[in-house]
Design a protein. Structure first.
Length: 256
């Protein structure tokens, strides 16, 4: 499946997955939503799931589920205690049930909001809070609607990855995600992301990236690079997306 041609098509993909899918894992997911989150005014799926469905449908989805909740911090903390969720360092909580790893935050505890970088009035405003522009989309579960930034699908279609909000925690994690997406998905970094890579990637962070990738990922994309200079050259190479296209055509594989 290719990149969704428009927001309406992306909504249809998400609607089918969440509400029309009868697989055991999705039935469990609906049960978790109803049991734990249905009493909140609003719950939005943000980030990886929406992005992956936008770029390639269900087969491209390989991330955890991130939820932003319209509820007070105390209400969300009570839910976390009830489900045995563990606090994370970004103000949210996470728990696992069956195949699903679910992270959730109170809207007011979203990092960019709590730090005063973004003012939000509702779920739709959370698209201003993401580090990468490819993550700047949310699926509102109660209203069954998709909200994304202008040109969201065009950027995915063009395979151009850019920073949306530089003021975000976890610089090393964002650098690792940038490297793995550029290398694994054949992307071109935009000007701000190129600057971030140049400023952040040195020999010390290179070793830390490789160590973190070994711990967290079975497919180690960074192990073939000699040093920071070698990796930086490949991340910033302007021909990367074109070379990825050529490889896909030779192998007769669709982009997902």
């Amino acid at each position: 499946m290719s990149v969704a041609p428009d927001v309406r098509s992306l909504k249809r993909r998400l609607d089918r997955f969440f509400w029309d899918n009868s697989s055991t894992e999705t039935v469990l997911l609906r049960h978790l939503f109803k049991t734990h989150f249905d009493h909140f005014d609003g719950v939005g799926v943000i980030g990886g799931l929406v992005r992956d469905f936008a770029r390639g449908g269900r087969s491209a989805f390989k991330s955890d589920i991130d939820l932003v909740v319209e509820g007070t911090a105390d209400e969300v903390a009570m839910l976390a205690e009830r489900v045995g969720a563990t606090a994370n360092r970004f103000g949210g909580f996470g728990f696992t049930e069956g195949p699903w790893k679910i992270d959730f935050w109170a809207l007011e505890k979203t990092w960019a909001v709590a730090e005063g970088h973004v003012v939000v009035a509702g779920l739709a405003d959370v698209v201003q809070c993401t580090f990468f522009d490819w993550d700047a989309a949310i699926y509102d579960l109660r209203r069954k609607r998709v909200v994304c930034t202008d040109g969201y699908l065009d950027r995915i279609r063009d395979r151009r990855l850019e920073i949306a909000l530089r003021s975000n925690p976890g610089e090393l994690g964002n650098l690792l995600r940038a490297a793995r997406r550029i290398l694994g998905w054949g992307l071109r970094p935009g000007p701000e992301l190129r600057r971030f890579i140049r400023e952040s990637l040195d020999d010390e962070t290179f070793k830390a990236l490789q160590a973190t990738e070994r711990r967290k990922h079975a497919d180690q994309l960074l192990k073939k690079f000699r040093d920071a200079r070698d990796l930086r050259f490949h991340l910033l190479a302007s021909h990367r997306a074109e070379a990825f296209d050529k490889m896909q055509m030779q192998m007769h594989l669709p982009f997902d």
